[in-house]
Design a protein around this ligand. Structure first.
Ligand code: PBG
Length: 328
């Protein structure tokens, strides 16, 4: 047999050689932990479809944020569930709204923890859509510009309560530019924007809608979230958000959209985030509960793959476990 010069397997022989040749390393700093704070709970309430994830009171969310910080995590992403919903989503931008209260509580305990807030109206709207709606017969429209106005108010109130980064997740047109301008005008020029730039209308948000109590009461979100068949459209959406001043761009969900993630990172060279969403979490969790998968091995493989595909930031419900695993 011809003598081989190239033997790629040489570098796989031992753990030390594999460590030496490894291209992608996970760090606790890669992860953002989502937390759900609810005006309706006194004591943490388990979300059935997302084992290990809870709805928390404002006091508990500050405790959990501190515990996350103690594990070495640097950032959390906050979602709020209000007591009352209405058709103007007034809880989203109320000065003493649930997210605003939680932010103040968190910042008083851990000022250095990076607080990111989800800026969306669906949890605060009685109909569960991400914007102001108008119903014409059996059709409904989400009114873009009216919605953007409310999103701007929401982002400003989060910044005033101590958010370091606001993260609009609604997919209205022009909201990043409008939020940037308003933040700058009010002296919040240091508040960053992480835009959910390429957010697909996905089946994988199912469990989240239980967690955030935000399923649409009629219709679905396909008139504002993106068609999962489209990649060029995703790149155009990201280009707009970058143009309007997004500091970080996000692709969501994660695993079914790794091609998009890769292209966004390659093309725009912006800090790029990916959201490994509730359905992706539930899928692995249920296989783990049945004994079909080893949780730690599966999760480390998924997260490494996302980072390899270009993610600088990974939003994941496993952030705490990852922080522990990476320490061992
Ligand atoms: C909108 C929002 C959603 C998620 C994050 N922000 C739900 C939706 O668009 O229906 C989903 C996150 C997940 O599934 O983990 N506020």
């Amino acid at each position: 047999m011809r003598k081989l010069v190239h033997r790629p397997r040489r570098l796989r022989r031992s753990p030390a050689l594999r460590n030496l040749a490894r291209e992608t390393h996970l760090s606790v700093h890669d992860f953002v932990l989502p937390l759900f704070v609810s005006e309706k709970v006194q004591q943490r309430r388990l979300i059935a479809s997302m084992p290990g994830v809870f709805q928390l009171s404002a006091k508990e969310v500050a405790d959990d944020a501190r515990a996350a910080r103690d594990l070495g995590l640097q950032a959390i992403l906050l979602f709020g569930i209000p007591e009352q919903k209405d058709e103007q989503a007034s809880g989203a931008y109320a000065e003493d709204g649930i997210v605003q209260k939680a932010l103040r509580a968190i910042k008083s305990k851990c000022p250095e923890l990076v607080t990111i807030t989800d800026v969306c109206l669906c949890e605060y709207m009685s109909h569960g859509h991400c914007g102001v709606t108008r119903i014409d017969g059996d059709h409904f429209h989400v009114l873009n510009d009216e919605t953007v106005e409310l999103l701007v108010k929401t982002a400003l109130s989060h910044a005033a309560a101590g958010a370091d980064i606001v993260a609009p997740s609604d997919m209205m047109d022009g909201r990043v530019g409008a939020i940037r301008e308003a933040l700058d005008e009010r002296g919040f020029d240091q508040t960053s924007i992480m835009s959910y730039a390429a957010k697909f209308a996905s089946a994988f948000y199912g469990p989240f809608r239980e967690a955030a109590e935000s399923p649409p009461q009629f219709g679905d979100r396909r008139s504002y979230q993106m068609d999962f068949a489209n990649a060029n459209e995703a790149l155009r959406e990201v280009a707009l958000d970058v143009d309007e001043g997004a500091d970080i761009v996000m692709v969501k969900p994660a695993l079914p959209y790794m091609d998009i993630l890769w292209r966004v990172r390659e093309r725009f060279r912006k800090p790029t985030a990916v959201y490994h969403v509730s359905g992706e979490y539930a899928m692995v969790k249920s296989a783990v509960e049945k004994g079909f998968l080893n949780e730690r091995d599966a999760v480390i493989e998924i997260m490494t793959a996302l980072k390899r595909a270009g993610a600088d930031i990974i939003v994941t419900y496993w952030a705490r476990e990852l922080a522990r695993w990476l320490r061992e």
